[in-house]
Structures are given as C-alpha cells and as structure tokens.
Design a protein around this ligand. Structure first.
Ligand code: SER
Length: 318
C-alpha cells in the first residue's frame, strides 16, 4: 500500500484531502504534516502526524525517511491576495516548498502532487475557453510561483524521471476549513453570510466570471490524477480543470432560491478585482477529461444545495 505524506494538512485542501486519502489508502498510511504542530482534533487522532515546514527541505526528508513515504501531496500555499501583500513570503512558500519537495522526491524516489491554479494565467491569456497550452504571463507573485512550479515539476520529470503531476485548480468552495487570502474566497464567504443571516459585501464586481469547483470534486481529481495510468498522460504539470464558471450575481441568485431574504451589496476590493480580471473566465479542461477521466459531479445548483445544508448544521441554523 502507498505511504503518503500530506504537507499543509491543516489548510483548506489538506483538512479534507487527508481524511479522503485515509479512506482510500488506510489511516496508518497517510501522514498529516503541517508547519503548525501539534495538529489538533480529527486529523491528529485519526492517523499519524508530524511537523513539516515545507520551506525546510530537511523537515521533508526526515518525514519521508521516518514514515517510508512514496507519494507527497504538497499543499503548502500562500494564496493570491495574501502573497501580493508579502511577495517574498509568496515566493518562499510557492517556489521554495515545491523545489524542496522535488529534490526530496528525486533523492528518495517519491511521486509528487503540487496544485497549480487559474492564477498561473494572466491578462494576455485567452480568457474564454482558456486552452491547456497557452500563453502564461501572470502579473501576480502567486501566479509567477505557480508557473515556476509547473516548469520545475515538468523539468524534474523529464530530466530525472520524478513522477510529478499537477492540476490548475479553480477557486475551491468548501465548508470545513476557510481559505485565507485568495481572490476566489468570496465564493466561500458568501455561503457563511447567507446561512448566518448576514448581508454579504461582495469584494468582486458584478459580471466577473471565474472558474470554481466544489471540494469533493477537487479531492477526487487530486487522487485520480495520482492514480492515473502514466502511459496515458500527455501532459503533467499542470492540467486545466474546472467544474463551473460564474459571476457574483449568479451565485447570489442561486443562494436566494433557498434563503430568499439574503442580501448582497458590492464594494469591490481593487487588488482582488485586478487579479480576478486577469484570470480566465472559463478554462478548457478537455485534456484532463481525455487523459485521466476528470469528470466533476457538482454544478452551481447541486453545490449550493449541499453547502447550505452542511453549513446550517455546522453553524446551528436549522
Ligand atoms: N483560490 C486561489 C486564490 O484565489 C486561486 O487558485 O488565490
């Protein structure tokens, strides 16, 4: 059975990917690692955990050796708006962690999953049906680190044979752990406001389309890609994947079907708006569908129903 190290296990993706991986591979075979240690709650109680600061290669190597790891999910990240506030931190985590994971993977024979993002594209990229292979000149430090991570990962595959795989995640909508400092975060925060009965102040302007995905589809994509037959992978770093594309008015109206009193006003945040404007409206993800069977289950309607139901329970608003 595969032995897996999840770096960034307490983050938005890690806090749900770790239990999903434990379901597939067995609790003892999935090690939850984070720079904040000790881990708390379910993640710590349901399987092994350790401290890994991804910007420290020795931490990663020690964990790989101690637990006999053969696959790493590197989820350490500083999201787009937060990275703009501290570009050096964005670079150190966005590139430093990837390079450390690549070197440890090369030396110790691990396969490696690293998320890329819609942020890997920029204003010069075609915004509609953004192709798999196209111009990538992002204007954010987050995007610069994502493109660098993609290039380094392909380099390590071609030069050293490291089994690197990656997806360009769209905005991820989830109900367990909040994202922090991203441009697409509004699409999560809007649900919390609606369920709490609060008015939502939207930082993204009306008419701004971005790709999005519900977390269960993102988790399945990460696991499926790492299980995919390598002979069928024409691409590796990274695959466009998307489940839906919407602008704020569309998600607001969808939520209002179930919470009719819900109110929203626009007060756009210049930094986030500029970033959003530079990203795709909708990516073309046919390569992921053809090469490894990517097929998301949730659209805006089914995600909204599930988000509201789960958050009502979580926030005691029945
Ligand atoms: N969700 C990320 C962000 O908004 C994009 O991948 O920064």
């Amino acid at each position: 059975m595969k032995k897996i190290l999840v770096i960034g296990a307490c983050g938005q993706i890690g806090s749900e990917l770790t239990p999903a991986l434990r379901n597939v591979y067995g609790t003892d075979n999935v090690v939850a690692a984070d720079c904040v240690y000790p881990l708390k709650g379910e993640l710590a109680e349901s399987g092994p955990s350790c401290k890994v600061d991804a910007t420290n290669a020795q931490d990663i190597a020690d964990a790989v050796k101690k637990y006999n790891i053969d696959a790493i999910y590197n989820l350490a990240a500083i999201l787009s708006a937060k990275a703009e506030a501290n570009p050096m931190l964005g670079w150190n985590v966005g590139v430093g962690a990837v390079l450390n994971c690549l070197e440890v993977s090369r030396e110790m024979g691990c396969s490696l999953f690293t998320p890329s993002s819609i942020g890997a594209f920029g204003p010069d990229t075609p915004h509609d049906m953004t192709p798999q292979d196209t111009i990538q000149r992002p204007k954010t430090i987050y995007g610069v680190t994502k493109v660098t991570g993609e290039l380094l990962s392909d380099y390590y595959f071609k030069r050293f044979g490291v089994d690197t795989r990656s997806v360009r995640f769209p905005g991820l909508i989830s109900n367990v752990t909040l994202p922090g400092g991203g441009t697409t975060d509004y699409a999560v925060e809007i649900f919390y406001a609606a369920v709490k009965g609060e008015k939502f102040v939207c930082p993204i302007a009306k008419g701004t389309y971005m790709d999005m995905m519900y977390m269960p589809d993102a988790l399945k994509a990460a696991i499926d890609l790492m299980e995919a037959d390598p002979a069928k992978l024409i691409h590796r770093n990274s695959f466009n994947i998307t489940a839906m594309s919407f602008e704020p008015e569309m998600i607001y109206n969808e939520i209002k079907k179930y919470i009719p009193d819900f109110q929203m006003e626009y007060k756009y945040d210049e930094l986030r708006q500029n970033i959003a404007d530079s990203w795709p409206n909708q990516m073309d993800d046919h390569c992921a569908r053809e090469e490894w069977g990517f097929n998301p289950k949730y659209d805006l309607t089914s995600m909204t129903i599930d988000m509201i139901e789960v958050l009502k329970k979580k926030l005691n608003r029945q």
